[in-house]
Design a protein around this ligand. Structure first.
Ligand code: MG
Length: 300
């Protein structure tokens, strides 16, 4: 009898206890999606409504296989090295209305001398320096840097003389030659010519995206970024040279692939160099020579 009373009391207690549990409101699922990622699980991850993965001591989640899945934090994707070098930008020159070279640039022409240059024919660069300006001497031929460069950023300014005569390729023709690759410099103001040879072109290869030329007598500028080619064991291009050109603030060549050494006639051949002297062209046309100033380069 005693035993029956005890069993009845136990059963009643169990019913009361389980009833109180049943009466509790269902647990609210965690905000966001489960998975331990900020804002919930990544897109596409399976979701289990109402199933809660217990947080671990490290703030991650315990996976069914017992492995720890660390919780991503903002700091995990914030890096502090390598720190980029500090470069002081060039200062504005009110007289010339232009910007000077940044602090890490190699100055190729600052208006005073041609120490960084030589004649392609041998000996000293025979161009004229006066009043802070370098002017082409057509009789002296092309000049080139004494140094060689691979990947680089370059800036230079140039001016076609006011009232220049001639037309097409025979009016203010010069050029920047990166080894054998010519980026055309030419009077492009009301001076039609073949468009893959106009100012801003990779000569005889790539038409510029725009023609932002200024009139004769006004200074213009090129900002150029060059990526040197690489080669396979056979001496073929593995990656071709590439160039970006901003002309008077306007993008005219957008990471363009150069297909080979500039050729006036024929298919451009492969130039197997990966560093280059930089040439300024003394073109043989009879028009008045153009001038340059503020030439600098940053090795990349
Ligand atoms: Mg030229």
């Amino acid at each position: 009898m005693k035993k029956n009373i005890l069993l009845a009391v136990s059963a009643a207690l169990i019913m009361i206890f389980s009833g109180s549990l049943m009466a509790q409101p269902p647990q609210t699922p965690p905000q966001g999606r489960p998975g331990g990622f900020p804002g919930g699980a990544p897109q596409g991850a399976p979701q289990q409504q109402g199933v809660r993965t217990p947080p671990s001591r490290l703030g991650g989640t315990q996976q069914p296989n017992g492995q720890e899945a660390p919780r991503m934090t903002a700091e995990m994707t914030e890096f502090y090295d390598p720190e980029p070098p500090v470069v002081t930008p060039g200062s504005f020159d009110a007289k010339n209305q232009n910007w000077g070279a940044p602090s890490d640039a190699i100055i190729l022409f600052d208006g005073t001398n041609l120490d960084e240059w030589e004649s392609v024919r041998g000996g000293e660069a025979g161009w004229d320096v006066a009043n802070g300006v370098l002017t082409v001497n057509k009789r002296a031929g092309d000049i080139r840097t004494k140094r060689e460069f691979g990947d680089f950023q370059m800036h230079f300014e140039w001016c076609v003389p006011e009232g220049i005569q001639g037309s097409g390729q025979s009016r203010g023709n010069s050029g920047l030659k990166i080894g054998g690759y010519e980026i055309q410099v030419l009077d492009g103001y009301n001076n039609p010519t073949y468009v893959n040879g106009m100012v801003g072109s990779v000569y005889k290869q790539t038409i510029p995206l725009a023609n932002p030329s200024r009139p004769n007598g006004e200074w213009q500028y090129y900002d150029l970024i060059f990526t040197a080619p690489t080669f396979n064991k056979l001496g073929q291009y593995k990656t071709k040279p590439r160039v970006t050109l901003i002309y008077n603030g306007v993008l005219v060549l957008n990471d363009v692939e150069i297909i080979g050494t500039t050729s006036y006639i024929g298919i451009p051949p492969v130039d197997q160099n990966s560093t280059f002297k930089l040439l300024l062209q003394a073109h043989g046309d009879p028009s008045e020579p153009i001038s340059f100033r503020n030439i600098w380069i940053r090795e990349l």
